[in-house]
Ligand binder design. Structure first.
Ligand code: NAG
Ligand code: NAG
Length: 396
């Protein structure tokens, strides 16, 4: 079972059909960059004494309780994900004592497929997160919730059957995005539902805790459990500057833009709530809208975010800002790392600033995050796809 559904080298295949959207999208993202620049000027270039004045009247930057929620299938968690979480998530946020809420699938085997070579998964590894967090952030709470594959199917079989079979009046699938060349029927949409369920379950776990303590979180991150975090994520910062108190802004990656990234979000609680909990509710309206305006895209993951979820987030008064630095690589169960994840054939897919800001040789940065060497050689899978193998135990 794969929870995630990233597509490989797809973009060229569908580039023609969405080229015009990309243009529009780029201008939208340019606007958000201008906004970011404006804010940058108003924060970074304020003389320090004015800063001090503002501090007397109340904090100039957002503060409060934070939650870091993790979802998905924990592939190579101990080997690849955990070292990067410690360095780039747990340590940078230790000063805030964020709480952690994790949903995962208790699954021991992943078959090879579009998400890499597959391999064994040891779900117990994710439990190591608790000690790792409490080593540097003793006040933090770390809670887990899991589902088995069987429990997932018990709950979602009717919905999955509907998604797999429903056709529109034109004879094509209504939900399944048949125009997306890399989507395989029915596995890709099954996996999207698995991802949605995991995201929502992590959120629900967080909410139960809020109810218990009567203390809502002000800032929430939703992070994948199967990536190597290459750059620090500070939940109160976007593009390395603090979010201001009067600014409602959420961070998303500036890579994997198909046309927007669906991989993580960090933002104000009510904005992230839309991202985490409103997908099932908004699905019907979305596919109806798509059928009318762009038939063939059904419940395509990133387009669903761009057309339905992001607009709903903006309605909460939050602007969505792509981070200039953020980079993470997907990790696979066979301990390979997809080192081209933060780049793309063109700016439409990934902002060039990311690689520039990462600096140095990607493999060297990766090795410094993991604290060990990876094997020599890069496995080139396709044009936009390359992997390096970083086993914990070096082969003899
Ligand atoms: C993304 O959504 C915006 C509207 O929210 C739209 O203008 C743009 O064309 C969309 N991009 C793509 C590639 O669909
Ligand atoms: C996964 O399920 C097995 C078998 O039911 C159980 O022994 C194990 O503790 C579970 N692991 C996790 C991390 O939930």
């Amino acid at each position: 079972m794969r929870v995630m559904t990233k597509k490989v080298g797809v973009f060229s295949l569908i580039a023609l059909s969405i080229a015009s959207f990309v243009l529009q999208f780029r201008s939208a993202s340019d606007i958000s960059k201008d906004e970011a620049l404006l804010h940058k000027e108003s924060s970074d270039f304020v003389p320090w004494n004015r800063h001090a004045l503002r501090t007397e009247q109340g904090s100039p930057t957002v503060t409060g309780k934070c939650a870091i929620n993790m979802y998905g299938l924990p592939r190579a968690f101990q080997s690849l994900v955990l070292p990067s979480l410690i360095k780039n998530v747990i340590q940078p946020n230790a000063i805030y004592s964020c709480d952690y809420f994790v949903h995962y699938y208790n699954l021991t085997e992943e078959t090879a497929g579009r998400s890499g070579g597959g391999g064994r998964i040891n779900p117990d590894e994710i439990l190591l997160l608790k000690q790792a967090v409490q080593d540097v952030s003793p006040q933090s709470i770390v809670e887990f919730h899991h589902d088995t594959e069987a429990a997932f199917w018990d709950r979602y079989q009717p919905l999955l059957d509907k998604i797999r079979t429903t056709k529109a009046t034109d004879g094509h699938y209504l939900y399944f995005p048949w125009r997306a060349k890399t989507y395989k029927h029915p596995i890709t949409t099954d996996n999207i539902i698995k991802m949605w369920h995991s995201i929502q379950s992590a959120w629900n776990l967080m909410m139960e805790h809020e109810t218990l303590t009567s203390q809502p979180y002000t800032r929430v991150a939703m992070l994948r459990s199967d990536v190597v975090y290459m750059t620090p994520i500070n939940v109160f910062e976007i593009s390395r500057r603090k979010v201001l108190d009067n600014e409602k802004a959420a961070l998303v990656p500036a890579f994997g833009r198909h046309p927007v990234s669906d991989r993580i979000i960090v933002g104000p609680r009510d904005a992230v709530k839309v991202w985490a909990t409103e997908r099932f509710d908004r699905l019907e309206t979305h596919v109806t809208f798509v059928q009318e305006h762009n038939p063939g895209w059904g419940m395509h993951s990133e387009k669903f975010l761009n057309w339905t979820i992001f607009p709903a987030i903006r309605e909460t008064g939050t602007s969505i800002v792509e981070d200039d630095y953020l980079c993470f690589f997907r990790a696979r169960a066979d301990e390979t790392v997809w080192i081209k994840d933060c780049e793309g054939k063109h700016e439409g897919i990934a902002a060039h600033s990311i690689l520039k800001n990462l600096g140095g040789n990607k493999k060297h940065v990766l090795e410094s995050v993991l604290g060990r060497k990876c094997l020599d050689g890069v496995q080139r899978l396709t044009h936009s796809f390359a992997a390096v193998h970083c086993p914990m135990q070096m082969p003899l």
